[in-house]
Design a protein around this ligand. Structure first.
Ligand code: 13P
Length: 340
C-alpha cells in the first residue's frame, strides 16, 4: 500500500471534532465491566451492548473510528449487518485490537511485555478483509519502587514498532499505545519523567523500524498524578504537563494523538482534553480514544435491561458530543449537568 493511503486513513481518524471509541475490551475485561452492573457476560449480552453503542443516534457525528475486539468484528447487528459494515455505512472507520495482552516479563518482577507478534501478519490480512483499516496494540508500563526499568520500556517499545511495521505493510494504520498506568501513589512529576522516557524510546524504535509517521496515530496516557497520590495535580497542571511532554517527544509528522482515559472519571478526561486544546496551536490534532470515559455512563444507564437501551444510547451520544467539544477546547464543566 502506498503511504498516501495510510496517511489519509490516519488523518480521518483524528479529523476535527471527532475522536475514537475504544470498544475492544477483551473477554476478561468486558466481564469485569458487566460484573459492575451484575450482568452475565454472554456472547449475546456483549453483542447487544456493542450494538447499543454503535447505533446511538447522533453519536456518529462525533466518532471517527471504533476499535473492535476479535469477537466483535465478526458479530452482526440484530438486522444481520456485520458490525464493520454497519460502522462504515455511518462513516465510522472500523479498527481492531491485535495484541494478545500484557504478560509478566520473565526476569523482571512486576513488569510486563505485550504479546501478539507471532502470526500477526496473517491476522492483519484477515482483519483487513473483515473491514479493519486501523489496529491497536497496548503496551503497559507501571510506576512503583524501582520500576519501570529501561529494559522493560525498550522491550515494549520494540514490540510496538514491530507491530506498527506489520500494520503498515498490510495497509492498516497502527494506533501505537504505550500506557503509563495511573495506579499507585506517584506524583505528576514522576509520571512526566516516566512518560518522557517511554515516548522517547517508542519514537526511537519507530524510527529504527522505518515507520511512516504520517500513517500512524499515537495513543498515550496523560501526564497525571497517581490515583492514590496525596496531593493530586489539578486539571490545568495535567494539561500543561501533558502538552509539554508531547511537544518534547512526538514529531510533528504524526497527524494526531488520541488519548486513553486510563481510569479518569468521564468528566475529568473530557476537561483535560479541552484544556489541552486551549493551549494550541499544536503541531498535531489532540483527540480522544476513550474506553471507560465514553462508555461508563452508557453502561450504567443501560444496566443490561432492554427497556433502557435508548437511555444508554443517549448517554453514549452525550459523552461523544462533550468530548467532541473538548477537541476544540470549547467544553465547559457546567455542560455536564445539561440534558443530553
Ligand atoms: P480507557 O479509556 O478505558 O483507558 O481505554 C482505552 C483503551 O483502549 C485502553 O487500551
Amino acid at each position: 500500500m502506498n503511504g498516501g493511503e495510510l496517511a489519509k486513513i490516519a488523518q480521518a481518524m483524528v479529523v476535527k471534532n471527532k475522536g475514537i471509541l475504544a470498544a475492544d475490551e477483551s473477554s476478561s475485561t468486558i466481564k469485569k465491566r458487566f460484573d459492575g452492573i451484575k450482568l452475565e457476560s454472554t456472547e449475546e449480552h456483549r453483542r447487544t451492548y456493542r450494538e447499543m453503542l454503535f447505533t446511538a443516534p447522533g453519536a456518529a457525528e462525533y466518532i471517527s473510528g471504533v476499535i473492535l475486539y476479535d469477537e466483535t468484528i465478526r458479530q452482526k447487528a440484530k438486522d444481520g449487518t456485520p458490525f464493520p459494515e454497519l460502522l462504515s455505512k455511518k462513516g465510522i472507520i472500523p479498527g481492531i485490537k491485535v495484541d494478545t495482552g500484557a504478560k509478566p516479563l520473565a526476569g523482571f518482577k512486576n513488569e510486563t511485555i505485550t504479546e501478539g507478534l507471532d502470526g500477526l501478519r496473517e491476522r492483519l490480512v484477515e482483519y483487513h478483509k473483515l473491514g479493519a483499516r486501523f489496529a491497536k496494540w497496548r503496551a503497559v508500563i507501571d510506576i512503583a519502587d524501582g520500576i519501570p526499568t529501561s529494559f522493560a520500556i525498550d522491550a515494549n517499545a520494540h514490540a510496538l514498532a514491530r507491530y506498527a511495521a506489520l500494520c503498515q505493510e498490510n495497509g492498516i494504520v497502527p494506533i501505537v499505545e504505550p500506557e503509563v498506568l495511573m495506579d499507585g501513589g506517584h506524583s505528576i512529576e514522576r509520571c512526566e519523567e516516566v512518560t518522557s522516557a517511554v515516548l522517547q524510546s517508542v519514537f526511537n524504535q519507530l524510527f529504527e523500524h522505518r515507520i511512516l509517521l504520517e500513517g500512524m496515530v499515537l495513543k498515550p496516557n496523560m501526564v497525571i498524578s497517581g490515583k492514590k497520590a496525596a496531593n493530586r495535580a489539578n486539571a490545568e497542571a495535567v494539561a500543561a504537563a501533558t502538552v509539554r511532554t508531547l511537544k518534547r517527544h512526538v514529531p510533528p509528522a504524526v497527524p494526531g494523538i488520541a488519548f486513553l482515559s486510563g481510569g479518569q472519571s468521564s468528566a475529568e478526561a473530557t476537561l483535560h482534553l479541552s484544556l489541552m486544546n486551549k493551549l494550541g496551536p499544536l503541531p498535531w490534532a489532540l483527540t480522544f480514544s476513550y474506553g471507560r470515559a465514553l462508555q461508563d455512563d452508557a453502561l450504567k444507564s443501560w444496566g443490561g435491561n432492554a427497556a433502557n437501551f435508548a437511555a444508554g444510547q443517549k448517554e453514549m451520544a452525550k459523552r461523544a458530543k462533550l468530548n467532541s467539544l473538548a477537541t476544540t477546547g470549547s467544553y465547559q464543566s457546567s455542560m455536564e449537568s445539561q440534558a443530553a
